[in-house]
Design a protein. Structure first.
Length: 603
């Protein structure tokens, strides 16, 4: 390249460099001018704004929905105004020193405050962390008096849940507890640290509907956290009042009849699935859960040997015993294994597959049809059915009647129970099913497991002559039942079984303790021995473990059923002696309250 060409290239570079320099100089000049204006000319203005122009967001919790009985008049869950102390990490420079001061003011152990703050360290520093709730007016006054010294500690108001009737209906209502890490993760847009969420029953199952929608206030505060003005306010929207299906009188009576025992009672309307009473005992007071438990306090509660948090109506799984005999009757008649007038002879026992199987009545019942076999709960009759009907056929009819699956009730935690079959045993134990095992299932023993709610729903299907229902606890929450709503079973099959259940209650059968004059109740008793007396003595569990669970399930009146009652009393002895009279008292109360016309067998 010539010298001239090189010179022209350098000249071009110099011109471009000058242009860039000019542009940079202009920009720097502008920046310096703005800086001069802010720092010198407008110093006072921006100093004032820097001090005052800080915002603080305050969440306004929404009152949870009021829960009532079916009339809407009796309040089961309400709200009361309460105060809580919250810590804002953003407002402190020395967190350790601040924790010590806050703990001293609130009369708490510093480790308790520190653990609360540490629990939510991953959350934004501006979010308040609840360190103490249920403040007294004296505590609120102390905090307010120190707010200039402790800008990191604020008092927040919140609607506090109140259960005015303490333990009444507790397994239906459930309880509230502080949202845990899983709750906060799954519902990050809805919840913040310290929020209370439903953990059982209606409170959990309908939590989003009950909780309402929180509001917020954005305040302008100074460097000491003092409010200067309000920028924005969004008022909270309370949850809508929720009427439950619970009949107060029936629920109160059910709880009274269970008091001091362990067990469950379910009362429902077979026409629509509304649960009128659901009681489980032992029970608990949900008000005690409103405070924020320490891990040690929580463990002491859940490890209670009486297991009061177990909703036995939904979660207790038991052998149904003789309550399963109507299912066997339907299977036998509908599969034409027996006819309407088939009889078997009971002499007090029978040898099947080389083993002597005894009836509960050692003297025997003589020749019985299905109707009277249900009436007297004759084991020998159903042993004969168990010898003739394969286990998979029994399982098919049990599942048709709703066993082995959840009922679809509208609160969480329900168990499925268990209906054994050849496939079940092969899958779970890798073993073949033996015919002798079917004999035990035929009288409701063996691996067969049900919940009291499942038995109530099964009884409703019997009362409805095959039509299913979905049980529910909130008025208007009814949906189509799971599976087939109506069974393809001959009407006379249901009538034969129902006749036996009517005789059991009204003609000297095992269920006569449930009889109510003029109400035509139909029912079935059951007794399931949980462990033999010999085994109880050998392993040292005491006499209680050797006692039987006491069952009764039934409906009334016979022709146009309005009520299903299922009773389970753990270690209660015979079903006829314990559970049936309890059911009778509930039938009587319902009839008295509703002034039903007199019913007879022919109705």
């Amino acid at each position: 390249m010539s010298d001239k060409g090189i010179y022209e290239d350098f000249s071009l570079v110099r011109r471009r460099a000058r242009r860039i320099f000019v542009i940079v100089a202009v920009l720097c000049g502008l920046a310096l001018a703005v800086y001069w204006k802010i720092q010198i000319l407008d110093y006072k203005k921006y100093e004032s704004l820097a001090v005052a122009n800080r915002t603080r967001e305050i969440i306004l919790p929404a009152p949870r929905a009021i829960l009532t009985d079916r009339t809407g008049d009796i309040i089961l869950a309400d709200n009361r105004a309460a105060f809580k102390a919250s810590f804002i990490r953003e407002n402190t420079r020395d967190e350790a020193a601040s924790i010590a001061r806050v703990a001293s003011l609130l009369e708490l152990d510093p480790s308790v405050v520190a653990s609360r703050i540490e629990k939510y360290k991953s959350w934004p520093a501006f979010r308040p962390i609840v360190v103490k709730d249920r403040l007294t007016f004296e505590e609120v006054a102390r905090i307010e008096a120190r707010k200039n010294d402790l800008p990191e500690l604020i008092v927040e108001t919140e609607p506090r849940r109140l259960y005015p009737r303490q333990s009444f209906c507790s397994h239906v209502l459930g309880y509230l507890q502080e949202a845990d890490a899983n709750d906060l993760k799954e519902r990050a847009r809805e919840l913040r640290p310290g929020d209370m969420v439903g953990k059982m029953g209606i409170e959990q199952g309908y939590d989003r509907r009950i909780a309402g929608r929180e509001g917020r206030v954005i305040d302008v505060v100074d460097s000491l956290g003092r409010k200067q003005s309000e920028l924005e306010r969004v008022d909270p929207v309370p949850g809508k009042k929720l009427a439950l299906t619970i009949d107060y009188d029936l629920q109160a009576k059910a709880e009274e009849l269970l008091a001091g025992r362990e067990g469950a009672i379910v009362v429902l309307d077979p026409s629509n699935g509304e649960i009128l009473a659901l009681a489980s005992f032992p029970t608990f007071d949900p008000n005690k859960f409103i405070t924020r438990f320490t891990p040690e306090e929580w463990q002491s509660f859940v490890n209670n040997p009486d297991n009061p948090l177990l909703n036995r109506a939904l979660q207790g799984q038991y052998s149904p015993g003789s309550l399963f005999k109507p299912v066997m009757g339907i299977a036998a008649l509908d599969s034409r294994t027996i006819g309407l007038e088939t009889t078997f002879y009971c002499g007090g026992g029978i040898e099947i597959y080389g083993a002597l199987r005894r009836c509960w009545n050692e003297a025997g019942h003589g020749a019985l049809s299905l109707r009277d076999a249900i009436r007297y709960s004759c084991n020998v009759f159903f042993y004969q059915l168990g010898r003739r009907i394969p286990i998979d056929t029994i399982a098919r009819y049990a599942e048709m009647m709703g066993l082995g699956r959840k009922t679809g009730v509208d609160i969480p935690g329900e168990k499925e129970g268990l209906v054994p079959s050849t496939r079940w045993k092969k899958t779970t134990r890798n073993e073949e099913w033996y015919p002798g095992e079917t004999i035990s299932v035929a009288i409701g023993q063996g691996p067969l497991q049900v919940t009291p709610l499942q038995m109530a729903v099964l009884t409703a299907r019997l009362a409805n002559r095959g039509r299913g229902i979905r049980p529910h606890l909130v008025l208007g929450a009814s949906e189509e039942p799971p599976g087939d709503s109506a069974l393809n079973v001959r009407p006379e099959v249901f009538e034969q079984v129902i006749e036996g259940m009517w005789r059991s209650v009204n003609e000297g059968g095992t269920g006569q303790g449930a009889r109510v004059e003029g109400f035509a109740a139909c029912g079935k008793t059951g007794s399931t021995q949980t462990i033999s007396r010999e085994t109880a003595e050998r392993i040292g569990t005491g006499a209680k473990a050797a006692k039987t669970h006491s069952w009764f399930t039934g409906f009334a009146p016979r022709a146009q059923p309005r009520l299903v009652v299922t009773v389970l009393v753990e270690y209660g002895g015979g079903g006829g002696a314990t559970a049936a009279p309890i059911a009778g008292k509930l039938f009587s109360l319902y009839k008295s309250n509703h002034d039903r016309p007199r019913s007879t067998q022919g109705n």
